[in-house]
Design a protein around this ligand. Structure first.
Ligand code: HEM
Length: 216
């Protein structure tokens, strides 16, 4: 039996998802990270404008996919209009790049492959889908702004991107979504919860592929 099979005392399910995620963070990226560093800290990254633009385009495809599924699938009704949505913000940022005479690329295989995977699991594996939802949206609220500030300062002349801004108080939006996720998971068996936690690694794999574009 894995460690996770023991019902953790006093932890909400979101606390469990967070713990699974912190296990996969290198120590030099998040202070609660548990893995040895695999690369430089964000402050030492060397971003390129074309790589960052590709990252925004691929991220937009992923967020568009999440937001369309959540709009259409009744299972995810609780996750509609949470204020964490990113598609429209990303569209505004891409418009800004267009105004700067930048050509907006098509989404790459990395974006397509995460989007396709989300579509595949949304219907038949809601526990896996919720894991990706949590990791993508909460990662962006935590590590996202660190990356956003670094990129703005190094290559965008301190332009503040909409992707890293939320309408409303972010901590309250996140708290509201934590409650909704806990409510959804309250209907799951222990095995279903463990299945969701085990998906964390796959979620990291997809997101890390897209994050790597920033330095390409
Ligand atoms: C939390 C950094 C990549 C998922 C955090 C935190 C930091 C951070 C600083 C906050 C920890 C705290 O509360 O003290 C980063 C950086 C990354 C990165 C710099 C990449 C360069 C990822 C990836 C995922 C992820 C790839 C998953 C797809 C999360 C989640 C949390 C978190 C779910 C918890 C947020 C919360 O409790 O509100 N990350 N992270 N992160 N990160 Fe990351």
């Amino acid at each position: 039996m894995s460690e996770r099979k023991h019902d953790p005392q006093g932890l909400s399910f979101v606390d469990e998802m967070r713990a699974a995620s912190m296990k996969l963070h290198p120590k030099n990226l998040a202070k609660e990270g548990e893995k040895e560093p695999e690369g430089p800290a964000v402050s030492e990254w060397e971003p390129s404008v074309s790589g960052f633009l590709q990252f925004l385009v691929d991220s937009k495809l992923v967020y568009d996919t999440f937001e369309a599924i959540i709009r259409e699938d009744a299972y995810y009704v609780e996750l509609r209009n949470t204020g964490l949505e990113r598609s429209e913000k990303l569209a505004e940022d891409l418009e800004w790049f267009k105004d700067q005479k930048r050509t907006i690329p098509e989404p790459s295989d990395r974006g397509h492959s995460h989007a396709r995977y989300l579509e595949q699991i949304s219907d038949k594996d809601p526990q896996a889908f919720i894991c990706h939802f949590y990791n993508v949206y909460f990662a962006h609220s935590a590590g996202g702004p660190i990356i956003g500030r670094m990129v703005s300062a190094k290559i965008l002349d301190n332009k503040e991107l909409e992707f890293y801004k939320w309408d409303g108080v972010l901590s309250q939006l996140l708290q509201n979504v934590r409650s909704k996720l806990n409510k959804i998971a309250s209907g799951w068996s222990r095995d279903e919860k463990d299945h969701c936690l085990e998906e964390t690694e796959i979620s990291f794999k997809y997101s890390k592929e897209i994050l790597r574009l920033i330095q390409s």
